[in-house]
Design a protein around this ligand. Structure first.
Ligand code: AMP
Ligand code: GLY
Length: 420
């Protein structure tokens, strides 16, 4: 099966590695545009992945059997619509279905129609309405921009002025604002493969969203993750499947916009039960690095079946009993700014436990340079969280990138809570 993977982050590197690990021949994988790490494993091609015509033409010319879309931008640009219309199976929802991620108010409407549990929210179009909503819900305040904001659209703060300033910065760009009730509890990312009518769960993960240790600092795209979550109650996955994923997929099908791709359920386990805080229409980053690291079932088979309406007869994917931890190395200044074009040295994967998924790197004359905010994802797998953490941190400590930073407490709580 010839596969084209679109994207250039650690998520896409993790997808490529998982395809290879679960049986796909690397010579059958192309990644566009890829990065300095991906290009060391498979062919990369410099396409404008947000141009539906360019991607479709390439996929047709190369007789591609499956297109896998990593990031949200090509989804929003309608790439999957165009590729699908050309008769090529594509793992990634249509532009209309991807609005589940891009438009928080659309997601809230779908959840209301499908009776999916989520927090209360108010849509606001003026700073006056925002102020009223903040008053109504009380602190801590949760303010969300209703549009794609590259992981920077949400603020959770007890500082009312900061909440208002955040809302104002998006209102002045013409975006609407959602003010939400604050939900207290552990966060879970649970991914489902969807073929438009059937869904299959992957293994749950937890992401660390804040920039610094002890959940301090600004929200980021994600600074680390681990999987599985041994503290989840029995029956959790079935409950999310039956109360969240299936009703959502059925509602989208009913509206004539079937969701074919990865339904990312961002959840909080509150004292009153499971609540959805967000949907994404794609694999999460960095959760994918730990979830797919543990996958045993053929990834190409799963994605192809999802893309061709064949999930109903597919057994649930299998995962290793080993655990996985990933720690993200970020550039100086991330998430506010990011220092780029600095050389990276000291990368050493140890074949047994640790592999490195590149997030923002380029290779120039055999040397590796950072090209963005999140630079590398060090991914470690072992029998226990204690060992996985130890191996991951040993590798990341030796990586040299001027000004870079990483969190030192990824999966620390679960490690301390475990009896190993
Ligand atoms: P989102 O982009 O919607 O996932 O929000 C980013 C982060 O903000 C989430 O991962 C949570 O940590 C936090 N967050 C979002 N919505 C809420 C909420 N209603 N209550 C508490 N925390 C939230
Ligand atoms: N890790 C959060 C996301 O991918 O949106």
């Amino acid at each position: 099966m010839k596969i084209l993977v679109l994207g250039s982050g650690a998520r896409e590197h993790a997808i490529v590695k998982a395809l290879i690990r679960t049986g796909t021949d690397p010579s059958n994988i192309t990644c566009a545009p890829g990065n300095g790490g991906i290009s060391q494993e498979v062919t990369t091609v410099d396409l404008n992945i947000n141009d539906p015509a360019v991607v479709t033409a390439w996929a047709l010319a190369e007789q591609t059997d499956l297109v896998v879309i990593g990031p949200e931008a090509p989804l929003v640009a309608g790439v999957s619509d165009a590729v699908r219309a050309a008769g090529i199976p594509v793992f990634g929802p249509s532009k209309a279905a991807a609005a589940l991620e891009g438009s928080k108010s659309f997601a809230k409407d779908v959840m209301a129609a499908a009776d999916v549990p989520t927090g209360m929210a108010r849509k606001c179009t003026s700073i006056y309405e925002v102020e009223q909503a903040l008053e109504a819900f009380g602190a801590p305040y949760v303010v969300k921009a209703d549009g794609l904001a590259a992981g920077k659209g949400v603020i959770v703060t007890s500082d009312k002025k900061a909440a208002l300033d955040h809302a104002n910065s998006f209102l002045t760009q013409g975006m609407e604002i959602l003010v939400e009730e604050f939900l207290d509890g552990e966060e879970v990312s649970l991914f489902f493969l969807s073929d438009g009518s059937s869904v299959l769960p992957l293994s749950p993960a937890q992401d660390f969203k804040r920039a610094y240790d002890n959940d301090q600092g600004p929200n980021t795209g994600g600074m680390g993750a681990y999987s599985p979550l041994p503290w989840l109650p029995e029956g959790f996955i079935e409950e999310v499947q039956n109360r969240v994923a299936l009703p959502t997929v059925r509602e989208l099908a009913r509206q004539g916009t079937p969701f074919i791709g990865l339904l990312y359920c961002g959840l909080i386990v509150t004292s009153k039960g499971i609540r959805v805080i967000e949907f994404n229409a794609r694999f999460g980053d960095p959760e994918t690095q730990v979830v797919l690291r543990r996958l045993l079932t053929s990834l190409s088979g799963l994605l192809h079946k999802a893309a061709t309406s064949q999930l109903a007869n597919q057994l649930e994917p299998e995962f290793s009993k080993d655990v996985a931890v990933t720690v993200v190395l970020a550039s100086e200044g991330y998430p506010v700014t990011s220092a780029t074009d600095r050389e990276i040295a000291g990368l050493e994967e140890d074949d047994r436990h640790v592999e490195i998924a590149h997030a923002a790197t380029k290779l120039v004359d055999g040397k590796l340079f950072a090209t963005g905010g999140r630079v590398l994802s060090v991914v470690s797998m072992a029998k226990t969280f204690h060992k996985a953490r130890k191996h991951a941190y040993k590798v990341i400590e030796n990586i040299k990138l001027e000004g870079s930073h990483y969190r030192t407490d990824i999966a620390l709580k679960v490690d301390e809570g475990a009896d190993d």
